[in-house]
Design a protein around this ligand. Sequence first.
Ligand code: ZN
Length: 487
Amino acid sequence: MLDKAKKLITYLKTKGADYADIRIHEVDEEERISTMNGDIEDYQLNSKQGYGIRVLVNGAWGFSSSEIMSFDAMIATGEIAIEKAQSASDFIKQSINLAEKETLIDSYHSPCEIDPFSVSTADKIARLQQLDKQLQHEKFEYSGLYCHFYKRHILYVDSDGSEIKRQLIEIDAGYFAYATDKEGHKQRRTFNMPQNANGTTGWENIINDQQFDHTLRIQTELLALLDAPVCEKEICDVILLPEMMALQTHETIGHALELDRILGYELSYAGGSHVELEDFGQLQFGSEKLTARADGTVQNSPGSIGFDDDGVKARNVTLIEKGRLQDAITSRQMIMEANDKAGKVIFTASGATSRSQNYSNLPIERMNNINVDAGQDGSLQDIIAATKNGLLMESPRSWSIGSNRENFHFATEIAWKIKDGKITNMVRNATYSGDSLPFWRSLDMVGNQSTWELQPVFHCGKGQPNQIMRLAHGVPACRFSNVQVGK
Ligand SMILES: [Zn+2]
């Protein structure tokens, strides 16, 4: 396959491509199992092969993809990409330039102990049904579990001379339970299996009780929620636990700092960003306790893929350092456009975040692992003990965000009231809201490494046509002061 890919790239250059790359999914398998109230609700096993070819001709992109793996079909698909680029080049206002990158002959493997595709379907179902049974309760309307397994072997070759092989394995897994509270309103508790940042992905996590079996906690919390008092409207401190910190980081740092979004590429679909090019190096985005990064080098995460779809090696980029905005989520194309628009060099190298949902999609800028560094303010217990009047909040229930990510209103599945340094009681229907920059500037306590977790996001949507991406956020427990809650 490598020989075919290299010959194709050489051919495309002779046909007028100034740049060309091909991503070949030699293996692309997906298995999905879900249960509901003890029964198997859904089972899917998909296996396919295919490739996407991208070319630059006269400053315009052309892209085409196919599932026919013969060399003749690759040539024909490449010629379609060239024709599209030639047609597009008659209409573009600005030629596409790609930032310099290193030419690489390299490979990447997801760290994995037990390939989930080596485990029998019967064993997988048996494990899920065991946990499903533990989760069920007579007061629940329904509850269930899901496990999604992914395996991809991807060969990337480009006209700069790079040849990159990747073997990616991933498991997304979680569960949910729903019940009706004393006022007739639905309540829920969910659990998404956190990723072990320094560990492995693979079936070993699903059979590890500590990693995946939190069924008793989720069941107990939902039962208690049904009779808990409603969250009162007030201004107080909020402590966000990692599941909620992941959403807060995703929506108000991650999407706000995608450079294509800042340049207006998402305006017709998901909105823009309040961040402007002149803000980099200048804007006090948060308090001095906030350091955030786009870290594609985390050992184990759905956001760690070794190399992006531009063939750039994963990097750890500091986005915000001690509150000051430093960098964006970037790719080869967008940093050139941004520097050109600004009339100066703001971004010096791609952040390696160009990524496509599949071989049949054109890569766009995607979050990898948008993380917040652990801090120096002790354990979660230390933060609670230092809080006079606050709410401890966990698990996203609903979210509403300004189209430029300038403000937000989030609801959590569960929260606990804190008075004079102690948790007094659980509350339901908890919400909080704020303006993004004042909120991050109100960050006044950041938990230490014991509070830091890598929380997955399974359905980040972006682009037209829409592409769904999986990633994660490594985040500590954090406290924000004087936040509007319960409104
Ligand atoms: Zn998203």
